[in-house]
Write a protein that binds this ligand. Structure first.
Ligand code: 5RP
Length: 252
């Protein structure tokens, strides 16, 4: 099997430093152990989920998995799954999903997540909230003491109409957390980043804790112009963390 797979099952006596991508691959492959033939599977987005999707494609090709139906969480994952000949469907045809596998940007001790730095939070949330099991795959750098604790952004998908107004409303909502709201732009052109749903993303940076996450999420959704936020609260059923010292699997 792969180097990453071999290291997972036969650890070296001397510490081997694995790259972040190797850790992501270990987590992704481990998650696919939860996939059974005949399942409807939510296919996540990002560099970690990509490994899981590759693995599902490989096991289908080998005939080890059969009868899988994939529901992709982004156009990018849709393309990847098509290239691997994974049979695909959508939420309208399959409104209940057996198991979804996806990465995350932050995971707190209660398995609450921040997602969407890859820009796919809306489709991810739509699919993962109807999944009977939601397996989150991360390398250990994603673990935080509290949501917002990485100092990186919490993304919010908004409609483009009067986006500055919506950004201002979001920033004001979190003034006690010294929030800064920034429109996500493309690095080259500085044009707005446009999601698969033709929306924009506002990245929220907090200097302090935002407190009650559920209340914060509800307040965000009440702002006109907001489509969805990147906090995935109480959704993950299984967390797989790959680190230098092995893989841990935690269930909610
Ligand atoms: C995309 C996401 C990704 O799952 C998240 O950004 C993690 O990405 P990666 O596995 O590349 O670190 O939420 O919208």
């Amino acid at each position: 099997d792969t180097a990453a797979g071999a290291l997972m099952t036969s650890p070296s006596p001397s510490p081997v430093s694995l790259s972040q991508d190797e850790l992501k691959k270990i987590a992704g492959f481990k998650a696919v152990e939860f996939v059974e033939s005949g399942m409807v599977v939510g296919l996540g987005t990002g560099s970690t989920a990509k490994h899981a999707v590759d693995r599902i494609g490989e096991l289908l090709r080998q005939g080890i998995l059969t009868g899988i139906v994939g529901i992709p969480t982004s156009k990018k994952t849709h393309e990847q799954a098509l290239s691997l000949n994974i049979p695909l469907s959508d939420l309208e045809t399959h409104p209940v999903i057996d198991l979804a596998i996806d990465g995350a940007d932050e995971v707190d001790p209660d398995m609450n997540l921040v997602k969407g730095r890859g820009g796919s939070l809306l489709r991810e949330k739509m699919i993962e909230c109807v999944s009977k099991k939601f397996v989150v795959i991360v390398d250990e750098s994603k673990l935080v003491d509290y949501i917002g604790g990485s100092g990186l952004a919490m993304p919010v998908e908004i409609v483009p109409f009067c986006w500055k107004f919506t950004a201002q409303m979001l920033q004001s909502l979190f003034k006690d957390a010294d929030c800064v709201a920034k429109l996500r732009t493309l690095p080259e052109s500085k044009d707005p980043y446009v999601t698969d749903n033709n929306n924009y993303i506002i990245d929220l940076y907090f200097k302090k804790s935002i407190g009650d996450l559920k209340a914060a999420g509800d307040a965000i959704l009440r702002i006109p112009g907001v489509v969805e936020h990147g906090m995935f609260l109480d959704m993950a059923t299984t967390l797989i963390v790959a680190g230098e010292h092995g893989v841990t699997v935690k269930k909610n």
